[in-house]
Design a binder for this molecule. Structure first.
Ligand code: SF4
Length: 330
């Protein structure tokens, strides 16, 4: 049966399919908090609430908040002086941004994930010790821009690949320190760290990298199910770093083909012809409703049986900003 037959509902027989559903998947505590901040601000102060950058990297989340009265901007200059709240996204911002906001007396609600803020504080501490800082991360990602922007220009060197780690020349090899983006591939980062450790044995290396619990847990769950899957769907948006890493992790762990899907409606059914075992996970910014829609779409075309594979339990929750703590939880 071809993909077109499925799409047009011409099938009589639904082939059997086991869906391995990774757990944990989807929203992490930082994303959950960031979305709550926008929603509670809309409730408490009314629309509009300005949000600097996509609050989290998911199109569905952004469109849903827009419909409720959030206005997304990339720069503070786009915001008029109205007294409306402005929320900084979960990825964090360079220091110059809150400084400019204070200068204009804007009402800021900071949705930077506390685990990203922790890296910012660490970067400042290490810089204060007179160290040159290496940041393992991806150029252009807002978290990387925000972390580099905690310190003066030139204080942080970005290392993206093993090649960068091999080519890097320090100002002083005895005064080096490492920090990382929170949403990297655990395995790639370990390899880069190994190269740097071997080259600069006296470098200050944290006991653990800064990859967050949510990124680590989602990658571990994918590694468990990937070897038994013909295909893996990662629910997420193309600008979501942790979702893209899950696609890579799935293929490296033995799934022949993993793909990022934003919504059930965009599934290319031809890619699922003849499969009997499908893995599904979701990046930390992807809401569960999108996962449910995708499972329903498969159930309409396959005789699907869902098996949840749990590799960790998560119970982390972060406090809301003081201004919103009087609001009933959503
Ligand atoms: Fe925070 Fe990790 Fe979630 Fe990013 S992925 S918002 S660092 S918990």
């Amino acid at each position: 049966m071809t993909g077109m037959d499925y799409a047009q509902g011409r099938h009589r027989h639904r082939p059997p399919l086991t869906i391995y559903l990774a757990s944990p998947r989807g929203f992490c505590a930082g994303v959950d908090r960031a979305i709550q901040i926008v929603e509670l601000a809309l409730e408490k102060y009314g629309a509009p609430v300005y949000v600097r950058h996509a609050i989290v990297h998911n199109r569905y989340v952004v469109e849903t908040l827009k419909a409720k009265g959030a206005i997304f901007v990339e720069k503070l200059d786009e915001i008029p002086d109205t007294g409306a709240p402005i929320v900084f996204s979960a990825h964090g911002v360079p220091k110059a941004v809150p400084q400019a906001a204070r200068h204009r007396r804007l009402f800021v609600l900071d949705a930077t994930c506390p685990l990203v803020s922790k890296v910012h504080i660490e970067a400042e501490r290490l810089h204060g010790e007179g160290r040159e800082i290496l940041l393992i991360g991806h150029a252009g990602h807002p978290e990387v821009i925000g972390t580099m922007g905690q310190l003066p220009a030139g204080a942080v060197r970005l290392i993206e690949t093993i090649g960068d780690a091999l080519a890097f020349t320090p100002k002083n090899p005895d005064k080096l320190a490492i920090i990382t983006q929170t949403t990297l591939s655990v395995d790639d980062t370990r390899e880069i760290l190994d190269v740097l450790r071997a080259r600069f044995p006296r470098m200050a290396v944290p006991r653990k990298d800064d990859i967050c619990y949510a990124t680590t847990n989602r990658q571990d769950a994918v590694k468990r199910i990937a070897p038994k899957c013909d295909r893996m769907i990662v629910v997420g948006s193309p600008n979501s770093s942790n979702s893209l890493r899950l696609v890579e992790v799935a293929e490296r762990a033995g799934c022949p083909y993993a793909l990022l899907v934003e919504r059930a409606g965009e599934i290319d059914w031809a890619q699922f012809d003849g499969i009997s075992r499908l893995g599904i996970t979701a990046g930390a910014s992807a809401p569960e409703v999108l996962v449910d829609d995708i499972i329903d779409a498969f159930k309409a075309r396959f005789d699907a049986h869902v098996e949840t594979v749990t590799t960790a339990e998560e119970s982390i929750a972060f406090k809301l900003p003081r201004e919103l703590r009087d609001m009933p939880a959503l």
